[in-house]
Design a protein around this ligand. Structure first.
Ligand code: AMP
Length: 313
């Protein structure tokens, strides 16, 4: 008997970025939330990508996704349009950044149509893109077991109602600390997480860049995953999406239940994939990893927070 492996659908941006860091600049860096997510998740599960690019999108990037095992049959290529473009600049601390430009281009008119075989997939991740498109994709899925979503400050500002509507269908929301504050109106991160959970998502992951990530789960428990202290952060772009890829990728493996201890393991695989992502521009470092390298880093994370239980009594 053959056992069908579960599939993980992702919709999100597929982009050409212009990245400026304090030490380097890369004007044509392939990026996008769905790209980073798919590259990271591809080491853990079967990924199906939904998105759109224009005639300027490099063939090599589609080939790289394919080589990583990602099903790109849901990636539309629009010949009379241009790819989504984003330009961002990192500050000296490499944790804060400023968006200099966003051009939706082909995303403005994009009407996602999921290939028939995608619709019955068990897992869905709605990576950062207009909430309306996230809803469109969700509506075409039959009955996913687990739905994750990521968003950003732009959509919290300009598409708040659409975002709140799609959030009602979400099991796990990932967002960074500033976005959690913006969405909830609460400054304290614990209060912010509680307020965000009240909008629908049973589990909330708050990403804090170089300070790691916090999970507020459906049972009301909190788990803290560190970030790996790295000497040389080349480009943090895509760290959040790679985190989500590792996180969802683990949960989409056969036999893994999205509760308790498995969610914590997922937090570590997320942190592992984010740590690789920031070591290079674009998905350079995510490309060509292997299971042994990923596993070694997983162990490094385990030893980062491993300590003896002591007692004064
Ligand atoms: P992250 O560093 O994980 O927040 O994600 C960075 C990626 O998000 C970049 O590769 C951008 O192309 C993409 N991005 C930036 N702004 C947006 C937006 N408004 N909608 C969708 N994707 C975006």
């Amino acid at each position: 008997m053959t056992v069908n492996k579960p599939h993980l659908v992702v919709v999100g941006s597929v982009a050409i970025d212009w990245i400026i860091t304090p030490r380097a600049e890369r004007p044509e860096s392939v990026g996008g939330s769905a790209t980073f997510f798919a590259m990271a998740a591809s080491y853990l599960s079967q990924v199906r990508l939904v998105g759109v690019v224009g005639r300027d999108f490099p063939d090599y990037a589609v080939a790289d996704l394919r080589a990583a095992g990602v099903d790109v049959s849901g990636l539309e290529i629009v010949q009379d349009g241009l790819t989504f473009r984003w330009k961002g600049q990192y500050h000296e601390n490499m944790n804060d950044r400023t968006t200099l430009e966003t051009h939706l281009n082909v995303f403005e008119k994009f009407q996602p149509r999921l290939p028939a075989e995608f619709r019955g997939s068990e897992y869905l991740f709605l990576a950062n893109i207009q909430p309306r498109l996230q809803s469109d994709v969700f509506a075409q899925m039959q009955r996913p077991r687990l739905v994750g979503l990521d968003t950003m400050n732009l959509w919290i500002s300009i598409a708040n109602d659409d975002l709140k509507a799609v959030l009602k269908n979400v099991d796990v929301l990932t967002l960074n600390d500033e976005e959690a504050r913006q969405l909830s109106g609460e400054h304290n991160i614990v209060k912010a997480a509680r307020a965000v959970r009240a909008l629908g998502p049973r589990n909330v992951v708050i990403k804090r860049g170089e300070y790691g990530a916090l999970l507020f789960d459906a049972d009301g428990d909190v788990f803290s995953a560190p970030a790996l202290p790295l000497e040389d952060v080349v480009d943090p772009t895509g760290a959040g999406d790679s985190f989500a890829g590792g996180f969802m990728g683990w949960l989409a493996r056969p036999g893994v239940e999205p509760t308790g201890a498995s969610l914590r393991t997922a937090m570590i695989y997320g942190s592992v994939m984010a740590s690789f992502c920031v070591e290079g521009f674009s998905y350079d470092r995510l490309k060509g990893l292997d299971a042994a390298t990923i596993q070694r880093r997983f162990e490094t994370f385990a030893s980062l927070t491993n300590f003896d239980r002591a007692s004064l009594t």
